[in-house]
Design a protein around this ligand. Structure first.
Ligand code: MRU
Length: 317
């Protein structure tokens, strides 16, 4: 992704460290976080310095480069960071196998990361075919370059269509509580793609008025039957889309498809801390006695999905 005229990735390996764009600081500050060891990488994933399923997987791949001398312990530590995104487990299994086979860990991680980026590029090419001039498209959370190292999943079709001269407009859900919609806003701003941020509760309003023609989201884990987990709020957008006759697409690489689980019931949903709701930009916005619940993801049944945009093409029902 281009920031102030320079190419960046969400994370990269440099001088025996993993470097990250610090997504906790965006969109207000463009800063970097350096992970010098496995604990730092685990912290970066847990605290959401890096986030988004494929990017978490890439972070874990480089984490295993740092911890390759004790591969099982490193793998266990990284597996314990966040439970929902399948790419994390896919990347760890890939790296453990390579390291145990005696392959060069850094080379294996580099190959893994390049492969993810290429998959995302292809998702962009396939998904762009769905985008017609004049369309208004809703997306939820951030499934852009920040979430995938580069290009994105849900945002990749927007990039390709925009570069092909298509004229369309993106609605970006704000995505409470962590406001990943502002990361989408930041990315689309860098790309010059026309868009606006809306509060999560406004999606139904715009759908009912006929102002949304299509929805594209990412996914954190897709079960064998097509049920999928994504950022909390995705399920209600999918139900609203069906109610309003709007096609709903999920963009994800095959590394997000978990072939070991038969349906969404088996997906573990991460619960995150109360501060995500009670503190905004360092300011307390709720009393100490307020009890909160904070599931980070929800599961959308397959019946709400018109198609999965993958690197291999669009899988329809
Ligand atoms: O909690 P996050 O920000 O890691 O959640 C991210 C999402 O839900 C994304 O939509 C998903 O990981 C797909 S990213 C290409």
């Amino acid at each position: 992704m281009k920031v102030e005229g320079k190419e960046y990735r969400a994370l990269w390996y440099e001088d025996n460290c993993v470097k990250f764009i610090d997504q906790r600081k965006l969109p207000y500050k463009f800063e970097f976080f350096t992970a010098k060891n496995v604990d730092d990488v685990a912290f970066a994933i847990k605290d959401m310095v890096v986030r988004g399923a494929p990017a978490i997987g890439a972070a874990a791949a480089y984490g295993l480069v740092l911890g390759r001398d004790d591969v099982d312990k490193t793998a266990d530590k990284l597996r314990g960071t966040r439970p929902t995104a399948y790419d994390l487990f896919y990347a760890i299994d890939y790296m453990v196998k390579k390291i145990k086979n005696g392959e060069d860990a850094q080379k294996a991680a580099d190959v893994y990361v390049e492969d993810i980026i290429n998959r995302c590029k292809k998702i962009g090419e396939h998904g762009a075919k769905l985008i017609k001039d004049g369309m208004k498209i809703l997306t939820h959370c951030n499934a852009g370059a920040l979430a995938t190292v580069d290009y994105g999943t849900a945002l990749a079709p927007f990039r390709v269509a925009h570069n092909n001269g298509k004229d369309f407009f993106v609605f970006a859900d704000e995505t409470r509580p962590r406001c990943q919609g502002l990361l989408t806003d930041w990315e689309l701003e860098q790309e010059g793609i026309p868009h606006a941020v809306i509060v999560d509760n406004a999606a139904g309003y715009f759908m009912k008025k006929g102002e949304i023609d299509m929805v594209i989201t990412g996914a954190d884990r897709i079960a064998k039957n097509g049920d999928f987990a994504n950022k909390i709020g995705t399920y209600e957008k999918a139900v609203l889309a069906k109610e309003n006759g709007i096609p709903f697409y999920v963009a994800a690489p095959m590394s997000t498809f978990d072939k070991t689980i038969k349906d969404g019931e088996e997906i573990v949903i991460e619960e995150r801390g109360r501060e995500e709701l009670t503190v905004i930009n360092g300011k307390k916005v709720m009393p100490d006695w307020t009890k909160v619940k904070n599931p980070a993801f929800d599961v959308t049944p397959k019946k709400y999905v018109n198609g999965f945009i993958t690197e291999d093409g669009i899988i329809k029902k």
